[in-house]
Design a binder for this molecule. Structure first.
Ligand code: PEP
Ligand code: MN
Length: 343
């Protein structure tokens, strides 16, 4: 059982809840976040049934939520949330295009990819400085040099930057250079990393784990929220299936389902789902039609020379074509393109 205190709860309110729990034989674990305090209650089922805190003061609304995830749940939210990344909105009213290279390779390549993204109307730049590679012999990313390049390209183009952080030790560095921190599919249940990004005050892009259920995904988001950071965007990027023709199976149901379960924005990454560039546009269209709040795609000035994921990287011309869908399809659904909002 979890008890979420309101933002206005005092130390006495928290102490009274703990006393109530302990008096009935339960154990209380108090976790103080940046904006609110959460009290985990452990004990036998029979003990938990006898604990009633409803008459106490300082309780948050979330106590009435029956889901295991409280802070990211759609309950108690009339509207889904809009998250801002350096002013760029991601949420239910707008549609946000994020594009860039899979990996930062050189300053020239990153700038060229960013110019393609900008030309197409993207409002955020993606690019990995720390790359989670299946092989330890594969290019692992430029690390801190890559972060520096991303910050320079952001300054040159005006596109805010989202980039992955792989390790707790790099969280502060990445937060210093980037505008949004990405948690990749392989780290969705790296709980220490989730807690660390929850504490740095920058928006987080949380990709769905390779084989994660919706509930596991939302519990991962809850780890970030529990540290006081509710600026979280969820990203469907395909799940493992038995079909070898595609890299991952794009789960289009995830978009409307998770939007029902959570107030957080949901975007899609058809590049990492498909693993091949010819499928990126149709999958993007499917994601948009399902109601996604944005699309993130790989683009490379020379996909044939890309050091990572070249097969799925769009050319500039293909990105332009995708961007057209990003203007026309969301408009049919009553949305405005974020790029057009932010100019
Ligand atoms: C990426 O976006 O560069 C990436 C590695 O994605 P994923 O974690 O979804 O594989
Ligand atoms: Mn990639």
């Amino acid at each position: 059982m979890v008890i979420v205190m309101s933002q206005a709860a005092t130390a006495d309110d928290i102490a009274a809840v703990v006393v109530q729990i302990e008096t009935h034989g339960g154990q209380a674990f108090v976790s103080r976040g940046v904006t609110r305090t959460i009290i985990g209650v452990v004990g036998a089922e029979s003990v938990l049934e006898t604990i009633d805190v409803s008459g106490l003061s300082g309780l948050g609304d979330t106590n009435r939520i029956t889901n295991p995830y409280k802070l990211v749940s759609a309950a108690n939210h009339n509207r889904r949330s809009t998250i801002r990344v350096r002013g760029v909105p991601i949420g239910p009213d707008t549609f946000t295009l994020i594009a860039g290279p899979c990996a930062v390779e050189t300053a020239e390549q990153t700038l060229a990819a960013a110019m393609l993204a900008k030309r197409a109307g993207a409002s955020l730049l993606r690019g990995g400085a720390y790359k989670p590679r299946s092989s330890p012999y594969a290019f692992q990313g430029l690390a801190r040099d890559g972060l520096r390049i991303l910050a320079e390209v952001r300054d040159a183009t005006g596109l805010p930057v989202v980039t992955e952080v792989l390790d707790v030790k790099d969280v502060d560095d990445v937060a210093e250079h980037a505008d949004m921190l990405q948690i990749g599919t392989r780290n969705m249940q790296n709980f220490g990393l989730l807690q660390a990004v929850g504490g740095v005050g920058k928006p987080v892009l949380l990709k769905r784990g390779l084989s994660a259920t919706y509930e596991e995904w939302l519990m991962a988001a809850e780890y970030i929220a529990q540290r006081g950071n509710l600026d979280i965007v969820l990203c469907e990027r395909g799940i493992r299936s038995y079909e070898p023709a595609i890299r991952n199976m794009f789960d289009v149901s995830a978009v409307p389902m998770v939007q029902q379960l959570s107030h957080l924005p949901v975007i899609v990454d058809p590049s990492h789902a498909a693993g091949r560039r010819d499928l990126v546009l149709p999958l993007a269209r499917a994601g948009i039609a399902a109601g996604a709040d944005g699309v993130m795609v790989d683009v490379h000035p020379h996909p044939e020379h890309a050091l990572v994921d070249g097969a799925q990287a769009l050319t500039g011309a293909m990105l332009d074509e995708l961007a057209e869908a990003v203007v026309t399809l969301p408009a049919l659904l009553g949305r405005t393109s974020a790029a057009h909002l932010t100019g």
